[in-house]
Design a protein around this ligand. Structure first.
Ligand code: SF4
Length: 156
């Protein structure tokens, strides 16, 4: 949800209402393929509290998220910050997160500051507000729409 909050709040609303069209998206299929073919030796896709699905966790200290591109880098960073923050609140001493871009052969370390923790509390409140809306937020012009799984729902 934190990821969608930054990507598109309308998308967040659809997703929260279980309008899941992601399975039809070619890009999501590509993401799954990258996930299945990368980091084969690591323990992957760890579901915690039926709430977050971590790509892989190294020694319970470093959370990795595998991404195919840096287009929505800000959203990816906050998603990872949220995972770190949530696990720390559960008493797991996560040191940092790493965004992995295997197709770009790049990595980016992600840390959570005290201010990030406060910001996350506010973000979660805003997410609750969006989820409780009776109708989805209006379309805001976004460069990502044409590649979004919800494109047909929004534009056709
Ligand atoms: S098509 Fe655009 S406005 Fe609609 S959910 Fe996707 S990103 Fe948001």
């Amino acid at each position: 949800m934190v990821y969608y909050y930054f990507v598109c709040q309308r998308k967040l609303w659809f997703f929260s209402r279980h309008y899941t069209m992601e399975d039809n998206s070619e890009l999501v299929s590509m993401g799954k393929l990258i996930d299945e073919t990368s980091y084969k030796r690591e323990k992957k896709n760890i579901l915690i509290d039926e709430e977050i699905n971590i790509d892989f966790l190294k020694d319970w200290k470093v959370i990795h998220e595998v991404k195919k591109s840096r287009k929505v880098n800000e959203a990816s960073k906050w998603q990872l910050k949220y995972y770190i923050w949530l696990l720390r609140n559960k008493g797991v001493e996560i040191e940092k997160g790493v965004l992995d871009y295997p197709l770009l052969r790049k990595r980016e370390d992600v840390f959570v500051s005290e201010k990030d923790g406060k910001d996350l509390n506010e973000i979660l409140d805003k997410i609750d507000e969006i989820r409780s809306l009776k109708i989805p937020p209006v379309i805001s012009t976004k460069g990502i729409c044409k590649k979004c799984a919800y494109y047909e729902l929004c534009y056709i």
